[in-house]
Design a protein around this ligand. Structure first.
Ligand code: ADP
Ligand code: ADP
Ligand code: ZN
Length: 215
């Protein structure tokens, strides 16, 4: 199974992708995570992407599509893929079709997480992750059960993204509206889009997604 989680920054793509990984042994392919790893490692891709990401603009289509292709090549053919944060432009959507076809894969579902824009700034500015295992948290909406200790790995170090500030979020939302939302009609025409209310409680969003992937 190959699915896309589509939605603006803060919609809950990463949160729901982590849950699908745990429940179904699928693999999360997050271009944001791949790019952050490249920035951290100081690779040529990272050097090119750093400033663009800090501004909240989109990194070039060629770079992210190459990252996705490499990641898929490292996966077993039977392992399902969850695309999180990719594709984000019409050119990337077209590339993805070719990338999947070349590997004998095809898209099963595009799951759109629909959210009110006003809620996104609060979600993004309160977001943090475990520095050890990457599990996502939120200051208000998902705190560790024991304060300061990761539920999943007992890690005690957490981190926040430099681009998770209000100003950058506004740019990222504008990029989503201008460049990413327009890829939806193409998928709708193929009859593979399912819309989920991303404003619901996290567990309810998960249940709605489970119903879609069970089909
Ligand atoms: P995305 O990957 O789409 O940018 P995340 O999954 O990182 O979004 O979610 C952004 C923040 O909002 C995280 O801190 C997460 O804990 C929180 N969050 C995710 N889904 C919900 C939800 N349904 N209700 C409230 N907060 C949520
Ligand atoms: P979020 O989960 O909040 O939507 P991501 O982690 O997916 O954010 O992306 C962070 C940044 O990485 C984006 O603002 C953009 O600069 C870059 N990026 C990630 N994925 C892509 C992509 N598919 N195309 C272009 N740029 C991307
Ligand atoms: Zn952890």
């Amino acid at each position: 199974m190959n699915i896309i989680l589509l939605g603006p920054p803060g919609a809950g793509k990463g949160t729901q992708a982590q849950r699908l990984v745990e429940r179904h042994g699928m693999r999360q392919l997050s271009t944001g995570d791949m790019l952050r790893a490249a920035v951290k490692a100081g690779t040529p891709v990272g050097l090119q992407a750093k400033a663009v990401m800090e501004r909240g603009e989109l990194v070039s289509d060629d770079i992210v599509s190459a990252l996705i292709g490499e990641e898929l090549d490292g996966m077993g053919a039977g392992v399902g893929a969850i695309f999180d944060g990719y594709p984000r432009t019409e050119a990337q959507a077209a590339s993805l079709d070719g990338i999947l076809a070349a590997r004998g894969r095809s898209l099963d579902h595009v799951i759109e997480l629909a959210v009110d824009e006003d809620a996104l700034v609060e979600r993004i500015t309160g977001r943090y992750t475990c520095a050890t295992c990457g599990k996502g948290y939120h200051d208000k909406f998902e705190q560790p059960k024991l304060p300061g200790v990761c539920d999943k790995c007992n890690g005690t170090e957490f981190k926040r993204r430099p681009d998770d500030n209000e100003e950058t979020v506004r740019t990222r939302m504008a990029e989503y509206r201008a460049k990413t939302a327009p890829i939806l009609p193409g998928y709708e025409a193929r009859g593979i889009v399912a819309r989920v209310n991303g404003m619901a409680e996290m567990d309810h969003v998960t249940a709605a997604i489970e119903r879609i992937v069970a089909k």
